[in-house]
Unconditional design. Structure first.
Length: 465
């Protein structure tokens, strides 16, 4: 059956190979079986998003059976509802390219464009939408994939994801806030927003799904990453890895997670996300609100006052300016004056960690770089280097702390240290040098193809025996 598809680009040969005389000729065989097979074939083509069906060559009467089963007057057991969207759309290639172009355009236009960005829906919507699909802004950190359920990149298979389901979501803009706590989890892949059906009889509210790889411990996610507690955990998906496509489904929008895109790039500041700035315990900061007409002017105004933790900028749709807030630690005073407190969640201190998606945009000041990374930064700089001169080479196993005294008394035997230069003919030779008190002995039994050893004493030696 697979060979028929490869050799002749036809579905008819597949039907013939599977059930032979029972379904081919299709016009006189088991009509209900043929209709069922066509119905499943069309459904698979819709879900996979192909451009056209294969031809029905290779099975006598299969094209006729297809034409009959898409007819709305066909008996129930001989109908194929999933094929109606594919009526007249088959991909029957020519055996060879034409020798010359046609003299004039065709009389009738093609039935459909050569390519489609989305597969057709199983049936038309009951009521047309009043406006185009609303797409999340880039600063939310999601790319729109399509209208339907998200799936992964496994070829020839449709695998959706495990998810946390949050019900009674009033709009698409609430979804990024609901899924925000999980963005740092490597198993988080994106979100789906299901708007309430236009059919008032189904009673389904709008909802949001935060999508995760198959086999993710969703209870652990909720416990360790926070977020709204009232959610359903659904683990029936098999998808894993990045979202690459979608399966057509009305009223559902698929988004894959990507990096946040700031509305305006501000030098020396990092875009944290939409909404007000929060610290590690989700507390808000005290603030000063200077006048500003743009994001850049807000940053400049804050720098003139005192270097802040960050800034929160909200666009003013009425006059075109911005509302600018310079953010400081709780109870900070500038020139003897206490700053304004936030209306709720007061107490923010330390580095800005996240934002609350409530409106406006949060930027955190990027701290100046350190000279080098440290495991645990010191509370104050050292007054001088630890040693006056560097050691000649690192020790193989450094001690954890300096010794209190020498390990033993100084030997009466004289030992000495000096640079030694070895000149060998080949680079892969192994040479072992062993210091024995006042004498250097070398082992040459493991060396091959070597020149006489040359030892140069670079400083006077005073050896007593």
């Amino acid at each position: 059956s697979h060979k028929s598809v490869i050799d002749s680009n036809a579905f008819g040969g597949t039907v013939l190979a599977i059930n032979e005389d029972d379904e081919c000729p299709a016009a006189t065989g088991f009509l209900d079986n043929v209709a069922s097979r066509l119905n499943k074939y069309c459904l698979a083509a819709t879900h996979l998003g192909v451009n056209a069906l294969l031809s029905f060559d290779g099975c006598q009467g299969l094209q006729t059976r297809f034409d009959n089963c898409v007819d709305t007057s066909a008996p129930t057991d001989q109908s194929c509802d999933n094929c109606r969207v594919w009526e007249g759309i088959t991909n029957k290639p020519t055996t060879s390219p034409s020798q010359m172009p046609t003299q004039a355009p065709s009389t009738f236009p093609t039935i459909m464009p050569t390519t489609r960005t989305q597969p057709p829906t199983n049936s038309p919507s009951k009521v047309p939408t009043s406006s185009p699909t609303f797409i999340l802004a880039p600063f939310y950190g999601y790319d729109f994939v399509g209208v339907g359920n998200c799936h992964d990149n496994l070829q020839f298979s449709i695998r959706t994801y495990d998810y946390l389901l949050f019900r009674s979501i009033s709009s698409l803009n609430e979804c990024p806030a609901v899924c925000a706590p999980y963005r740092d989890n490597p198993a988080f892949r994106g979100l789906e927003y299901a708007s309430s059906s236009l059919d008032s009889n189904d009673g389904e509210p709008s909802s949001c799904k935060c999508l995760f790889d198959d086999n993710t411990d969703l209870d652990d996610i909720v416990t360790n990453y926070g977020g709204p507690a009232a959610c359903d955990r659904v683990t029936t998906g098999e998808g894993s890895g990045a979202i690459v496509d979608f399966v057509s489904e009305p009223f559902v929008e698929c988004y894959k997670v990507v990096s946040l895109v700031p509305p305006v790039v501000i030098p020396r500041y990092e875009y944290v996300g939409p909404g007000q700035c929060l610290d590690s315990v989700e507390a808000q900061y005290d603030f000063i609100g200077p006048a500003a007409e743009s994001f850049i002017e807000c940053e400049a105004a804050c720098s003139l006052i005192q270097s802040p933790r960050g800034i929160w900028v909200q666009e003013d749709s009425i006059n075109g300016n911005v509302l600018c807030n310079c953010l400081y630690d709780n109870d900070t005073q500038i020139n003897g004056q206490t700053l304004d407190d936030p209306s709720n969640g007061d107490g923010g201190t330390g580095q800005i960690m996240t934002s609350n998606y409530s409106g406006g945009h949060c930027y955190g000041l990027i701290p100046p770089p350190t000279m080098g990374p440290t495991a645990t930064p010191s509370t104050s700089p050292t007054s001088s280097p630890s040693t006056k001169e560097p050691t000649s080479s690192p020790s193989m196993s450094p001690s954890m702390s300096p010794s209190q005294a020498p390990s033993k008394a100084v030997s009466s035997d004289i030992s000495f240290h000096f640079p030694v230069i070895f000149s060998l003919k080949t680079s892969n030779l192994v040479f072992a040098a062993i210091q024995v008190r006042s004498t250097y002995a070398y082992t040459n039994n493991i060396c091959t193809d070597y020149e006489p050893l040359k030892i140069a004493f670079l400083q006077p030696l005073h050896i007593s025996y």
